[in-house]
Design a binder for this molecule. Structure first.
Ligand SMILES: *Cc1c(COP(=O)(O)O)cnc(C)c1O
Length: 456
């Protein structure tokens, strides 16, 4: 399972199991692993590894399934893609072309979403600590809504809006104190999390907001966590949200918009993914009768299954005394951080059909970075692979590239987008010199050494 401890640490899914539930991937005798209609070996041959590959067709198909699930309830929602999950301009553009807006959590993401062509009127701004500069940016851009997470932030936004001579459309983000049943590091809706306004303070703060200059409260927002595959936490949270709407309206105040947050989970290992139809039904049942606009902020569900990370086995290090061997990949925790950050499980498929058919064995899969946490999987059951074999790490389209760093002076990996039988580099591999190009050595540091220059 992805971000929660495994309920039963049974056998890993086989190559066939992994392929069966990933319609964009297929294994061909000659071409090996194919994403949409593009052999992934062709991309690795051209660009080397590690390389991220995003499937535009998968993004579109998932967006349509989500939008259709809500349309079928008779109460469409506006879908604001959580930019933090994957912020590449091409990804944002593919989703925007389907009608997606954006959920942003920084001034940088706001500017990026607009640079991708997402209209300001479809952008909501979340986050616990927006600076005055970021508030100003959002106000001047005229974005749809700012989701305010505290009384303190509300005061700051009021002062900023007044100084700008503008009015902020505000939703109060409520912390419903509901356990999303997911990994502690991605749970956001418990009272002891830093996110949102305490449930029992919401009515009072909403009334206060309505009286503040520069603030126009339009509704409420909620986001209880990520990688949620069961509907009960959503149902509980939305029922609490509905109760608040009634309590606020009883004060004669207007509640016109409900932002139901993101968090819908995907199938990383063998858990069943969160079904958009079930989420739509839960939202419709709990909130559909309130006569408000509805919005959601999915990130992982849309982008996660659309991306893979290609990597090559640098070497196979033998395990002594009965320990499994190590497969040392050329991708590492600086590329894909989720396994070391959340103990996340990612499927691993060989790119060659011959490797895929080799007998299974237990291996540890690690990266070359100097941290024990640089591990993609311990005791994984994988087909036997030797040095030089290529693999795809699956479901890396969300919280993958965006979390990359250049730790150990490892340049950011190349990025590719596939669409049908076409593919294109959407970001070249970072040149290694770029990693120190902006470093400045002060005059008073020893200047007698002569840099080796570019001749290495
Ligand atoms: C991260 C985040 C999301 C998206 O979460 P996913 O689990 O990727 O769907 C949505 N809304 C807010 C406020 C977030 O912080």
């Amino acid at each position: 399972m992805a971000d929660t401890p495994l309920p039963c640490p049974g056998q890993d899914p086989s190559v066939a199991d992994l392929l069966a539930v990933r319609p964009a991937l297929s294994m061909h005798a000659m071409d090996g692993l194919v994403l949409e209609d593009v052999p992934l070996n062709a991309i690795a041959d051209a660009l080397g590894t590690p390389t991220w590959v995003m499937s535009a067709g998968t993004l579109r198909a998932r967006y349509r399934r989500l939008a259709n699930a809500f349309a079928a309830t008779g109460h469409p929602v506006s879908i604001h893609f959580a930019v933090k999950a994957n912020d590449h301009l091409a990804v944002l553009r593919v989703l925007a072309a389907q009608g997606a807006g954006a959920d942003v959590v920084s001034g940088g993401e706001l500017r990026r979403a607009m640079a991708a062509g997402i209209p300001a009127g479809r952008i909501v701004f979340s986050g616990v600590g927006k600076t005055v500069d970021e508030m100003r940016l959002a106000l001047r851009a005229g974005i749809l809504q700012i989701n305010v997470e505290s009384a303190e932030e509300l005061e700051l936004l009021s002062a900023t809006a007044q100084a700008e001579g503008l009015e902020a459309a505000v939703a109060l983000r409520i912390n419903p104190d509901v356990d999303a049943g997911t990994h502690a590091k991605i749970t956001t809706g418990l009272a002891n999390n830093k996110f949102g306004i305490p449930y029992n303070r919401a009515v009072e703060l909403y009334a206060h907001a309505a009286a503040l200059p520069g603030i126009r409260p339009v509704g409420l927002a909620m986001h209880i966590g990520s990688q949620i595959v069961r509907m009960q936490p959503y149902r509980t949270a939305y029922a609490r949200l509905a109760a608040l709407v009634h309590a606020i309206r009883a004060r004669g105040l207007v509640v016109d918009a409900l932002d139901c947050g993101g968090g819908l989970g995907i199938s990383y290992r063998d858990e069943s993914e969160g079904a958009p139809e079930a989420l739509a039904a839960a939202i419709h049942a709990e909130l559909g009768g309130l006569g408000t606009r509805l919005a959601i902020e999915p990130g992982r569900w849309l982008a996660g299954p659309a991306g893979v990370l290609l990597s090559t086995v640098i070497l196979r290090k033998r395990g002594y005394d009965g320990m499994p061997p190590f497969l040392v990949l050329d991708a590492a925790m600086n590329d894909l951080m989720r396994p070391s950050l959340y103990d996340a499980w990612h499927g691993i498929l060989p790119l060659s059909a011959r490797d895929a058919n080799a007998p299974a064995e237990a291996v540890h899969v690690v990266g070359p970075v100097c941290e024990s946490g640089d591990t993609f999987g311990n005791d994984r059951t994988l087909p036997h692979m030797e040095a030089g074999a290529r693999v795809a790490l699956l479901d890396c389209g969300a919280y993958g590239m965006v979390m990359s760093s250049t730790y150990n002076d490892r340049p950011l990996a190349a990025q590719v987008m596939v669409d049908g039988n076409r593919w294109a580099v959407i970001r070249p591999r970072q040149p290694v010199e770029e990693l120190w190009a902006a470093d400045h050595v002060p005059q008073w540091v020893d200047q007698t050494l002569t840099p080796a220059g570019g001749g290495l």
